[in-house]
Design a protein. Structure first.
Length: 52
C-alpha cells in the first residue's frame, strides 16, 4: 500500500466520523428544538391560567 492510499483511507475514515458526528448533532438539535417548543407551550398555558 502506498502512502497516498493510506492517506486516502485516513481521509475517508475521518469523513465518515465527521458524518456520524454531524448526524448526532442534528439529532440533538432536533431534541433541543422539541424541548424548546414544549417549554413555550407550557409557558403559554401558565400565562393563560394567570389571565383567568
Amino acid at each position: 500500500m502506498t502512502w497516498q492510499e493510506e492517506i486516502d483511507i485516513a481521509v475517508d475514515q475521518e469523513r465518515q466520523r465527521a458524518d456520524e458526528i454531524q448526524k448526532l448533532a442534528d439529532s440533538e438539535k432536533a431534541r433541543a428544538d422539541e424541548a424548546e417548543q414544549l417549554a413555550k407551550k407550557y409557558e403559554k398555558m401558565l400565562r393563560d391560567l394567570g389571565k383567568l
